[in-house]
Design a protein around this ligand. Structure first.
Ligand code: BV8
Ligand code: ZN
Length: 249
């Protein structure tokens, strides 16, 4: 909630913890891209064109109906052609500039907006909408955001392509997950921004940070109460595109 002076309650305390922090880890979710015009998951009550997202974002869904799944991803790639990073993304890029390798950005997002805003080190837990992976030869390639065929084939081997996205029921990329766990374990400040904290194992980075070496302070930035709120030392209730620039000022 923003107070009458427009300052989000707790901002001063969070800014002080930020100044004192040795190592910062940031975990972002779909909410950090909401002000850029990228729909969140549970905001749309987890449905897309009447399909449960878990159904279209799963290996079973892809086996059952690859055309439908590619429609889902091509629609999101098309949406990304219209969107830009927002001030919240730029504030996180500024944090990386100031803190260098004492700053780690971990994202659940697949929209690439952190990189577009200038972050160079981004741990993408769930993949990226720009990339495809070939089920034939395994090649992973960045195809930008141009439209893909309804059932795209690998130019190299002719095999079927899938989005390079971690679907429900699939393992996260090993190295990326290990690096995220290390960053959460060794930070002394964890910012949890724009996530409902219901998806695992990403959400387990919060208790990992709290019980880390050193135990981290947890600051949440969200519009509402979430599964992270009871684990946060401080919850700043406001849009991340407003709160993050204030925090990083
Ligand atoms: C795995 C790619 C198994 C797809 C994604 C039962 C209980 C617990 C766990 C499970 C369970 N059943 C199954 C599981 C495991 C499952 C899971 O966690 N399911 C959940 C739904 C219960 N996890 C998995 O399947 C993971 N894999 O577990 O492997 C395994 C284990 C061993 C061996 C083999 C296999 C894989 C998970 C990855 C799934 N893929 N994305 C795609 O994107 O198309 S997850 C998907 O959800 C997105 O990546 C998204 O980022 C993520 C999390 O959602 P959020 O980012 O938090 O977005 P959401 O809309 O929920 O919330 C937005 C928040 O922003 C809200 O709080 C809102 O208030 C806030 N907000 C909005 N606007 C703003 C804002 N905040 C600030 N400012 C604003 N302006
Ligand atoms: Zn191939």
């Amino acid at each position: 909630m923003t107070t009458s002076t427009g300052i989000v309650a707790g901002l001063e305390q969070a800014a002080q913890w930020l100044r004192q922090a040795e190592r910062i880890c940031v975990l972002t979710g779909a909410g950090v891209s909401a002000e850029s015009g990228v729909p969140t998951f549970r905001g749309s009550d987890g449905l897309w064109e009447g399909h449960r997202i878990e159904d279209v974002a799963s290996p079973e869904g892809f086996r059952r109906n690859p055309t439908l799944v590619w429609q889902f991803y091509n629609a999101r790639r098309a949406n990304l052609r219209q969107v830009q990073p927002n001030p919240g993304h730029y504030a996180l890029a500024e944090l990386e500039r100031r803190w260098g390798d004492r700053f780690t950005l971990v994202t659940q997002n697949v929209d690439g907006l952190h990189q577009a805003a200038g972050n160079r080190q981004v741990l993408e837990l769930h993949g990226n909408l720009r990339r495809t992976r070939c089920l034939g030869c395994g090649e992973v390639r960045d195809r930008g955001l141009e439209p893909l065929d309804p059932l795209p084939r690998c130019p190299r081997c002719g095999g079927p392509l899938r989005p390079d996205i971690v679907w429900f029921g699939e393992m996260l990329p090993e190295e990326t997950w290990e690096a995220a766990v290390w960053a959460a374990h060794s930070c002394d400040l964890l910012l949890v921004v724009g996530t409902s904290a219901v998806v695992y194992p990403a959400a387990s980075l919060i208790p990992i940070a709290r019980r880390g070496q050193p135990p981290a302070k947890v600051v949440e930035i969200n519009l509402t109460r979430t599964e992270a709120t009871p684990q946060a030392d401080l919850s700043l209730h406001g849009p991340s595109g407003v709160v993050l620039p204030e925090l990083v000022r």
